[in-house]
Design a protein around this ligand. Sequence first.
Ligand code: URA
Ligand code: CA
Length: 433
Amino acid sequence: MRMVDLIEKKRDGFELSDEEIQFVISGYTAGDIADYQMSAFLMAVYFQDMTENERAALTLAMVDSGDRIDLSAIQGIKVDKHSTGGVGDTTTLVLGPLVAACGVPVAKMSGRGLGHTGGTIDKLEAIEGFHVELTTDEFIQQVNDKKLAVVGQSGNLTPADKKMYALRDVTATVNSIPLIASSIMSKKIAAGADAIVLDVKTGEGAFMKTAEDAEKLAHAMVSIGNATGRKTMAIISDMSQPLGFAIGNALEVKEAIDTLQGKGPEDLTELCLVLGSQMVVLGGKASTLEEARSMLEKAMETGQALQMFKQLIESQGGNSKVVENPELLPQAKVTEQLLSQQEGYISFMEADEIGTAAMVLGAGRAAKDSEIDLAVGIVLHKKVGDFVRKGEALATIHANTEELAECMEMLYNSIEFTKEPVDKPQLISAVIT
Ligand code: URA
Ligand code: CA
């Protein structure tokens, strides 16, 4: 087989066989295929798209490029959740304990974040002593004993994806549905998931800016999941404004603690209940979504969900007193309220801009090796649809540096007001199975 022939075949719109796709991916991972040929291939995919069969083959070829985590020693169906990413998305911190409290084993492998705030791992490290370096055996043991464990990414998972993603970034080929879908699904499959629940975000703060593109991506991932033997479903959820109130690492841990007790923001709570219900059904612990939802609500009310979070912290060396005393989490030196200079209904809060304002404070990494400040961030007091009087607080900024003024200006500029009442954005616009 020659790479040039496969580039030509794809360029001219023909379907590649499983063997041909395997050849491209393994050759590129091994360094036998050069970046310039892979660039041409990716651009051909960008314009010609891929059939369902090609997408599944590409996903599995990327899985086969590296290690697979073998979770077969964990009893039960391992359900993983993936979000395409948003601003202040605290769902993973809530869903892990919540779903585990309903008997579904949660073996979560998570990353650090690049962008507005840290990833789930960074957020958990806001808890004193919490460590995420478990061996695979420890990880499996903890899930079997305690139903829930969170580890940082380790091992050589999907090296093909890492190499291709870096190349796509500099060849204008990131924004391709088959390439995004196979990239995400290959990582979930390599991490050992039996079933996958996807939260595809749409709106200003999301990768997919329109509902139409988000639905296309969701369908693409669901059909890859089904074609590769993993039960997969997706929801489309709003990311035009941040999710919940808190944007920042320690601040989101506090928000997760509130939400686990049923005292969290309405949108974050609802999203966790919807995603969690799907996870509980896929995990075989309930036969209907209604039954699953009432189990989750009960876990919040009875304190079992919070207890599960406490147990996770203890199992991984953290100070679980933060659950009762969130003030033990890292605290910023300064807190200042952002006051409204006008009266009206909030019609828009641009998620992307608000995320960047949090990053300016140090809540997220602008580059891979930037330092992150776990204490800082933004807590919103108002969301789209709310009425605000002049002088009322829109948000509280938690800061440690002189970037405070810049952050406040960015934040204020990201909010739009109208005189007329505005509807709240619809949180979940589609469920795709
Ligand atoms: N996220 C991923 O993991 N892969 C992509 O290709 C795009 C977003
Ligand atoms: Ca949040």
